[in-house]
Design a binder for this molecule. Structure first.
Ligand SMILES: C[S@@+](CC[C@H](N)C(=O)[O-])C[C@H]1O[C@@H](n2cnc3c(N)ncnc32)[C@H](O)[C@@H]1O
Length: 208
């Protein structure tokens, strides 16, 4: 939990409580339904919560922004971002029902009012959002095909609406075929821990 405060020192008391509550909740739920590799649960804050918040180092979402987390699993990056941006709305989607249950239960347990969840394939989700966020779900080109229908035309943020994903390692082959403007940010520029050495945030504009 200290690692979250190290990089996000201005959290409110409510946000601190919500982040702090995640450890017991994920430990408990993960023992029943696997949403995080079991051996990685002790790294929850660094590998999962802080990693999800990497998106916030790149884009600060304006109040009223709507986002979909495609393939949220147990709630990453959607739940950490929903805690950090209580004035934004997050819709968490996953095609595996029991994972959606974990995300739903955890959002409810920490009192997040800005989160909705849905058990469906993202291909079936017709609602529109300012941004789609995603971590470890599918290659960029496949994501882009699915989410084109979900990005609103109207823009309220400084940056154009689009897709923001958390990726690791070599990206050249993934970025190349994309016809949209893509921006890659190295998380090692924001976070000192070795885990972030190869981690990136990829932002692809859809209408801009
Ligand atoms: C490796 S997990 C990552 C989960 C989470 N984003 C995380 O980082 O912990 C990939 C998730 O994407 C979901 N998924 C894959 N294709 C999907 C689709 N077309 N629509 C919705 N969810 C999908 C899977 O069910 C799975 O939960």
């Amino acid at each position: 939990m200290d690692i979250i405060l190290k990089y996000f020192p201005e959290l409110t008391d409510i946000q601190k409580e919500q982040f702090a509550a995640l450890y017991d909740l994920y430990t408990d739920w993960n023992s029943k339904i696997n949403v995080i590799s079991r051996k990685d649960i002790t790294n929850l804050y660094e590998h999962h919560v802080l990693h999800s918040l990497g998106i916030a180092k790149v884009i600060h979402f304006k109040s009223g922004t709507s986002l979909m987390d495609l393939g949220t699993g147990g709630g990453f990056p959607g739940i950490p971002l929903a805690i950090l941006f209580p004035e934004c709305r997050f819709h968490l989607v996953d095609s595996i029902g029991k994972k959606v249950k974990v995300a739903t239960e955890i959002a409810q347990a920490i009192g997040l009012k800005n989160v909705t969840t849905r058990h469906c394939r993202a291909e079936e989700e017709k609602q529109q959002f300012d941004f789609v966020v995603s971590r470890a779900v599918m290659p960029l080109t496949d994501l882009l095909k699915i989410i084109r229908k979900n990005i609103r035309k109207e823009q309220i943020n400084a940056l154009p609406n689009g897709l923001i994903c958390l990726k690791g390692g070599e990206l050249e082959n993934e970025i190349m075929p994309v016809k949209h403007k893509a921006f890659i940010y190295d998380l090692k520029d924001y976070f000192d821990e070795e885990y972030f050495e190869t981690k990136k945030v990829v932002y692809v504009t859809i209408n801009g």
